[in-house]
Design a binder for this molecule. Structure first.
Ligand code: CBF
Length: 834
């Protein structure tokens, strides 16, 4: 139950927010929007009725915000992202509106349960993981900090797949998140735009003798915007997330229909709609690649055309584009927008190249989110030119100027030019999107200190040498509104009862909790809350999986995408090692531990899917073996999502952040776990390093090779097999997998995984194994001393101030965007006339 004080409603709203107002409006929505009366209404009808009731309160703020931005011509940040992993909206909007308690009471008085209604919401899974969720956290912070912003992305009809587990294997099911409608969006067909694809380019001289370029496309796709309000916490600011849906410009081909070709009549419509059908199709086939590049140009072109429309509405000349807008590229997926803005300015608005280029460079800023080579996008020239012939020309032209600059700064260095060129000509030719992003942006940043350092020293070192002034670090952050206040109301209330609720907007204020770290009563309350949260999750686990887990045991959780570099299989090696110890000595004294995993594997990533199978296979054996006597339990929590994560973070004791040093750009789950009082077991990777610096080395379980050690080992020649032969426990764990012990006697099943480990072990599991086992042992010993553990947990929360996404957004605003907050006042009356 949220306290009234924490979620006090803002003043001056047009739609009342008392319990009586909410009840009245709720029933109105049920009757007049859903067209139902209680005897016929489903839970979904009630969810929709409540959502529309809440949306009215958002709309009032949204309209006021839009009016103020339009009147003031406010400088605006456009956040371009192929992914926005928003999570369910209802609860978050109730929190941000400050009417959570009233809504809870209103539905209770009507005989309903708010939690059940919240559970009803289908989450828009328009992202894969960290990158998309970061975008969502940033939208929340921008609205909370009153920063004029628009998020631009794609309204995928099918978001991230739903994950089922059958016989231990991941099985994917289509995510039909829109099947019951989406109460939060409003379509704006009047602002639809067209995007050209394919065809050829004409260069010609017009009647006035001016040189012109005309792109004759092979096809045109229409982009229709759907707007979603993004409300700040306890502000009147409601910004917009504008997501584009693809449609055919003419949805029905009458000519084809009249000539009897009925299927052909709708074919074009189908082809066009495919563009926004699914989130990130596999890109390992040429068709997949083409569709993905089409998605990128589609949403980028729609969004840029939209910004130009806004300029026109506000009567601003295009020469001031960079003063009105700053555009943040969330990774390279929207990097094509650099060529697209040039095309719009030069070809369609007849601006001179040099002026257009100066505007473009001043407009864009680029965030890199990974140094994994497979994630640095490149497009085969043949594909690129056939889909985007004009952009190809523009990129060659940009490259021509750029290479001249490089040559001037670094004369006689052809290798450097080859390395930096926007076109990779080392074999088959490719367009290098990260290079385009670097050249066309005025700012480039990584997402944690180590990551930025690695960009500067390694992945983008040539660009750092050329443009040192462009680089900075912006360590990621997460919103405490969703990930503490909404997810963990009990902890929220306890914290607010001691230090007030200012921390929700100013997370640094959590520091005040340090005053209570030795307060026995406070510690007890802290422990009780954690225990109850673990018990709730345990109840859910019994319900969903029929597995009993003990809430007193140490809840050790690794929840994130499944990937070899994240090393879920290292975690499994530890579990097998504990199991082997028990088998060797059934009376061994070990700390009871529950190992929980959650996460999806990319459908085409075989090794990641095999890791899921391994987790489930080990779970089957460990959970059933009577020798274990329930001291360790392993559960794979299927279909991990933002909604589910909100139940998982609060229940964790130990957060697994065990990627190979240098591989995880930042991580954000690490922050969400720690904000909910979990201690971290982790490597010196990504933001773990900064978390450890903040919470203190003594409150963090550190293990493993450093990034430099990993590099050195690689260079010196790493031999994983040596570790296998010299470490008996490691050998036994691996041998047990290899012998078929966990696969019903089948020694073949996990061979591909073991083969990679023996052969190259690219993520250094064997090298880090012993350090991890020792560190886990250390953590399990500390857990036995509950008072010590609780102190560490309180200190972790108290020192998480840095990891609020509000801090990250402030840094972007000050260092890159140069945007100031704009206050939105609520104009409570409706206009008398138009
Ligand atoms: O910066 C946000 C996150 O992005 C990723 O998820 C990504 O997709 N590149 C990284 O893997 C995370 O480390 C990072 O926190």
């Amino acid at each position: 139950m949220q306290t009234q004080d924490t979620h006090k409603q803002p003043e001056n709203d047009l739609n009342g927010s008392s319990v009586a107002d909410l009840k009245r409006d709720f029933l109105n929505k049920l009757f007049y929007v859903q067209g139902k009366f209680p005897a016929l209404a489903s839970l979904n009808d009630y969810y929709m009725a409540l959502s529309y009731t809440v949306r009215d309160r958002l709309l009032e703020r949204w309209i006021n915000t839009a009016a103020i931005y339009t009147d003031s011509g406010a400088r605006t940040i456009c956040y371009l992202s192929a992914e926005f992993l928003m999570g369910p909206q209802l609860g978050n909007n109730l929190i941000n509106l400050g009417i959570y308690d009233q809504a809870q009471q209103a539905v209770e008085e009507l005989g309903l349960d708010l939690d059940a209604l919240l559970e009803q919401e289908e989450e828009p899974g328009l992202g894969n993981g960290g990158l998309g969720r970061l975008a969502a956290c940033y939208l929340d912070s921008m609205a909370t900090l009153e920063i004029p912003s628009i998020g631009y992305g794609i309204r995928y009809e099918f978001g991230i797949f739903e994950q089922d587990i059958r016989d231990g294997w991941q099985v994917e099911r289509t995510d039909k998140w829109l099947r019951f409608g989406n109460p939060w969006e409003i379509s704006r067909p009047e602002w639809a735009v067209e995007v050209k694809l394919g065809g050829h380019v004409d260069h010609y001289t017009d009647e006035q003798g001016r040189y012109r370029v005309r792109w004759i496309p092979y096809e045109v796709v229409k982009g229709v915007p759907y707007d979603n309000p993004i409300l700040g916490y306890k502000t009147n600011t409601a910004n917009t997330l504008r997501l584009w849906t693809a449609e055919a410009p003419e949805s029905f081909d009458f000519a084809a229909f009249n000539s009897g070709n009925y299927a052909g009549a709708v074919h074009k419509k189908m082809v066009s709609e495919n563009v926004s059908k699914v989130l990130y199709p596999n890109d390992d086939s040429d068709r997949g690649k083409r569709l993905r590049l089409t998605q990128q140009i589609f949403f980028v072109s729609c969004s840029l055309q939209d910004t130009i429309r806004i300029m026109q509405v506000q009567d601003l000349p295009l020469a001031k584009f960079h003063e009105k807008f700053v555009i943040q590229l969330n990774d390279t997926h929207p990097a094509i927008s650099i060529a697209e803005l040039m095309r719009l300015l030069v070809d369609e608005h007849y601006m001179k190249w040099d002026q257009a280029w100066a505007i473009t460079q001043r407009t864009f800023a680029y965030t890199n989110h990974t140094i994994l080579p497979e994630a640095l996008e490149r497009w085969p020239i043949a594909l690129f030119s056939s889909l985007l012939p004009r952009h190809m020309e523009i990129i060659y032209e940009i490259n021509h100027h750029f290479i001249d600059d490089v040559r001037m700064k670094f004369p006689d260095d052809p290798d450097r030019i080859a390395r930096m060129s926007l076109i990779d000509e080392s074999g088959e030719k490719y367009v290098r999107m990260a290079h385009l992003a670097c050249v066309g942006s005025h700012a480039i940043n990584g997402v944690a200190a180590l990551h930025t350092e690695l960009l500067q020293q390694d992945v983008l070192s040539d660009f750092y040498a050329l443009y040192p002034h462009k680089f900075s670090n912006k360590t990621n952050g997460v919103t405490p509104r969703r990930f503490v206040v909404l997810s963990n109301p009990r902890l929220t209330d306890l914290i607010s009862s001691k230090i007030g609720n200012g921390w929700i907007k100013h997370l640094d204020e959590l520091k005040k909790l340090e005053a209570y770290v030795d307060d026995i009563e406070f510690q007890q309350e802290w422990q009780d809350i954690k225990y109850n949260l673990k018990r709730d999750l345990a109840n859910q686990i019994v319900k969903d999986y029929g597995i009993n887990v003990d809430p007193h045991s140490l809840f050790d959780i690794q929840a994130k995408r499944i990937h070899e570099y994240k090393r879920q299989h290292l975690n499994v090696l530890h579990i097998i090692t504990l199991y082997n110890r028990i088998k060797a000595n059934p009376d061994i004294d070990i700390t009871p531990q529950t190992f929980l995993f959650g996460g999806k594997a990319a459908p085409g990533y075989f090794m990641a899917k095999l890791i899921i199978k391994l987790i489930n296979s080990v779970a089957d054996v460990v959970n059933r073996d009577p020798d274990v006597r329930d001291r360790i339990k392993v559960v794979f929590l299927k279909d991990y999502s933002v909604k589910f994560a909100q139940h998982v973070y609060p229940a964790a004791d130990l957060s697994e952040q065990i990627s190979t040093a240098g591989k995880e750009a930042s991580g954000t789950g690490n922050m969400k776990f720690a904000m909910n009082g979990a201690l971290t077991i982790g490597t010196l990777d990504g933001a773990n390093i900064e978390i450890r610096e903040e919470v203190g080395a003594e409150n963090f379980f550190l293990f493993g090779l450093t990034e430099q050690e990993v590099q050195k080992m690689s260079a010196d020649g790493y031999s994983p097999i040596d570790y296998y032969h010299t470490n008996l426990e490691l050998k036994l764990a691996i041998d047990r997998i290899a012998s078929g012990f966990f696969s019903h006697g089948d020694p073949e099943l996990f061979k591909p995984l073991l083969h990679t480990l023996f052969d190259r072990d690219p993520y250094f599991l064997f090298a880090d194994y012993q350090a991890y086992i020792d560190c886990q042992h250390q953590a399990s010993l500390v857990y036995r001393d509950l008072e010590r553990w609780t102190r560490m947990s309180i200190l972790n929360v108290a020192r998480m101030g840095k990891f609020s996404s509000d801090r990250s957004i402030r840094e972007y605003c000050e260092d890159i965007w140069h945007i100031k907050p704009v206050k939105v006042e609520l104009n409570t009356s409706m206009p008398d006339n138009l």
